[in-house]
Design a protein around this ligand. Sequence first.
Ligand SMILES: [Fe+2]
Length: 544
Amino acid sequence: MSVSRRTLLLSSAAGAAVVWPSGAFAAPHRGPLRTDPFTLGVASGDPAPDGFVLWTRLAVTPLAEDGLGGMPARDVTVHWELAADERFRKVIRKGTATARASRAHSVHVELDGLSAGREYFYRFRAEGYTSPAGRTRTAPARSASGGPLAMAFVSCSQYEHGYFTAYRRLAEDEPDLILHLGDYQYEYAPDTYTVPGGNPRDHEGPETVTLANYRQRHAQYKADPDLQAAHAVAPWAVVFDDHEVDNNWAGEVPEQPDPDFRTRRAAAFQAYYENMPLRRTSIPRGIDMQLYRRLHWGRLATFHMLDTRQFRDDQGCGDGYRDCPAASDPARSITGPEQEKWLLDGFRRSTARWDVLGQQVFFGQRDNNAGPQKVLSMDSWDGYQGSRDRITRGWVDAGVRNPVVLTGDVHAHWADDLKLDYDDPTSRTVGTELVCSSITSGGDGADVASGNHSWSAWNPHLRFYNNQRGYVRTRITGDALTADFVVLPYVTTPGAAAHTRATFVIEDRVPGLTRVADNPTPSATLRSAAEQGAETVRQETDRP
Ligand SMILES: [Fe+2]
């Protein structure tokens, strides 16, 4: 396909900024691409009232061991188009971007100057090939009331543990915005993290350590058609958790002693940036990456997207469930002081109806011991109680109207009321936590007829639990946030239908959960309290 003069003129006038600055590169060699380079799909992200990021990455052989997708060692010019309609009859903007070999042929086009609160469609072209089209949208104007918003959130997609059917069902919902709260991919070598009955799919390549490894792994995930469908349907806002780098890493401390962990972390960050629809503000600088940020959805909602990995102190007493004095040491932090200040300032300045924390690990207390001794997960906010106290107190003191914490990580759906003092049964509810199950991690799982966990007997603020795979679909208006906990009966074979297991409502100015629907699957089994507790600890300490 030839490039017309008009296209070039329009592209130079379009004002699109391409993220990567030019640098020193090997002289490109010529030669056309012989097969379709759009094997990794398209994506968009971080919507603002006037724009968003468009993403793609070129690869003719996604699983290539060197992580370079079988692409020639030269830069490739990519043309992009933005339209008001899905048939691209009304193209609003077009331009070009350079897919640089040094950046694994990823493309980030950051657009501004668009109309607020509008749906758009986009696609790319390169050397005669055209990408699939994606749908995205701008956020409403900052002054707009901004509702209703259909937002879904997801976490924990271990490719080996099942098919990404939950991503497909999520795409079929056609939400306005998707949040990914971490464990987008897993670092493991094939079959080192397995589900009962064996993994239905295998990772390609070794445990990810080098930049080539991480690029190859990202390409394997991005080649999945169900994941591509979810990216193509709506803008995403992503944050990483541990597995995008290394299980349970904390700051500069890896899971196992490793003198080269800083190099590994830098490689993981670079590949993460290359493969995600992130703004240029998130371009990594060595071992540093600015991931925490805010998104505004008119006056309806502010999303505070957190990074609870990069700046945290090391886990106290190791990584599992422990009775650990360090957990309540106020000097320890899961956010680091700068991010904590940024978050507390955000609470004080907020005028949003809903202040939503998009973050990684369980926020409310979960004591797994029925007796007087408290046994808590050291990797979650329970292991950093000073941070939790300061942030909870921060939103209460700031008069935040509706604080809602969104969480991934634990491979099960949970919902809980948040307290200033979890040990005082008269402590009032001051917020709400919604926890999404995994897309696949942990395998098929099982429903629980009671719809709650055995630990709720001595943690009465825990209100809902389900151990199947799925996602959480929300509808947010000025009056209420409605959350559907969507589950799939199986993921180790493809094609499961989705089922709304339970629905909760959070009403404006009423912190805490109201259950409005409860739909156990007909085959739901009520397990013993001991079985349920043991399974949860195993699930969360065996490489979640
Ligand atoms: Fe996970």
